[in-house]
Write a protein that binds this ligand. Structure first.
Ligand code: GLN
Length: 254
C-alpha cells in the first residue's frame, strides 16, 4: 500500500499537480507598451512579463498577469487589488508617496516622435519662445506629467495608450508625441511619415511597484531581482527584445 501511495505521489508530481498548488502573485500591467508588455497570440509577453516570470519562479509563486489602464496601476497596488505592477514604470517622488519600488531593472528615456517634415528638431524647440505645439502623451505617464508641468495642460493631449497617441500624430491631429524610447521605436515602425528625434527629454529608471505596507514582498522581489541582475538573466531578457545595436546606441546617447 505504501508503495502504491508513493507511486501515486510520484505520478502526481510528474503531472505537475504540485505546480497548481503554488501561491499566486498577481501583476498588473498595461499591455500596450512594446517591447516591455504586449500581446502575441493572445498572450501578454515582453521584457516585464519574462522578468516577472523569472522572479516568481525563484520565489515559488505562480504568476498571473492582469491588463489594466496605466493610470489605474498605482491605485490598484495601493489598494491591494494586485500584488505588484510592472509596466515600464518610472520611479518618481510622487509615486513613492503611494507605493514602494523595487530595485531598478532598466533605464527608460522620454523621447519625442514627430512627423518627418516637422519644424520640431529637438527638445529645445518645444521650449522656444512663442512655441505652442500640441503634444500627445499616454495618460498618467511621466511623459504626461512632465509635459503638463513644462508646457501647460492646454498644450497636452492625453491618450489611453501610446499607440493611440502615435496614431493621432500620424493622422496629423497633434504636433508631436512624448513617449518612452523603446515603445516609441516599436510603435512608429508602421508609420513611414513619423520619426524619432535624437534628443532626450528625460532619462528615468524602471522598477516594480509594491504596496507600501507589503515590505515582505518588496524584500523578496528585491532579493530575486538582484540575483537575476547579477547572473545576467535580466540583461539577456532585455537583449532578446531590444537588439544589441540599439542598446549600444542608447548607452552612448546617455
Ligand atoms: N515610464 C512611463 C511611466 O512610468 C510610461 C510607462 C508606460 O506607459 N507603461 O510613466
Amino acid at each position: 500500500m505504501k508503495k502504491l501511495i508513493a507511486i501515486l505521489l510520484v505520478s502526481l508530481l510528474a503531472l505537475g499537480a504540485v505546480a497548481e498548488t503554488l501561491p499566486v502573485l498577481t501583476m498588473g500591467t498595461n499591455a500596450a507598451f512594446k517591447p516591455y508588455e504586449f500581446y502575441e497570440d493572445g498572450e501578454i509577453v515582453g521584457i516585464d512579463a519574462e522578468i516577472a516570470a523569472a522572479i516568481c519562479d525563484k520565489l515559488g509563486y505562480e504568476l498571473e498577469i492582469l491588463d489594466m489602464d496605466f493610470d489605474g496601476l498605482i491605485p490598484a497596488v495601493a489598494a491591494g487589488k494586485i500584488d505588484f505592477a510592472m509596466a515600464g514604470m518610472t520611479v518618481t517622488p510622487a509615486r513613492l508617496e503611494s507605493v514602494n519600488f523595487s530595485v531598478s531593472y532598466a533605464t527608460g528615456v522620454q523621447s519625442i516622435i514627430v512627423p518627418v517634415d516637422s519644424p520640431i528638431g529637438s527638445v529645445d524647440d518645444l521650449y522656444a519662445e512663442g512655441a505652442a505645439y500640441t503634444i500627445g502623451v499616454q495618460q498618467g505617464t511621466t511623459g504626461d506629467i512632465y509635459c503638463t508641468d513644462d508646457f501647460g495642460a492646454e498644450n497636452v493631449l492625453a491618450y489611453k495608450t501610446g499607440p493611440d497617441a502615435v496614431a493621432a500624430l500620424a493622422a496629423g491631429k497633434i504636433d508631436c508625441v512624448v513617449l518612452d524610447n523603446n515603445p516609441a521605436k516599436a510603435y512608429i515602425e508602421t508609420y513611414s511619415n513619423l520619426m524619432l528625434l535624437d534628443s532626450d527629454y528625460a532619462v528615468e529608471e524602471y522598477a516594480i511597484a509594491i504596496a507600501l505596507e507589503n515590505t515582505e514582498l518588496k524584500d523578496k522581489i528585491d532579493a530575486a531581482l538582484n540575483e537575476l541582475i547579477a547572473d545576467g538573466t535580466v540583461a539577456a531578457v532585455i537583449l532578446k527584445y531590444i537588439p544589441i545595436e540599439e542598446v549600444a546606441e542608447q548607452t552612448a546617447a546617455e
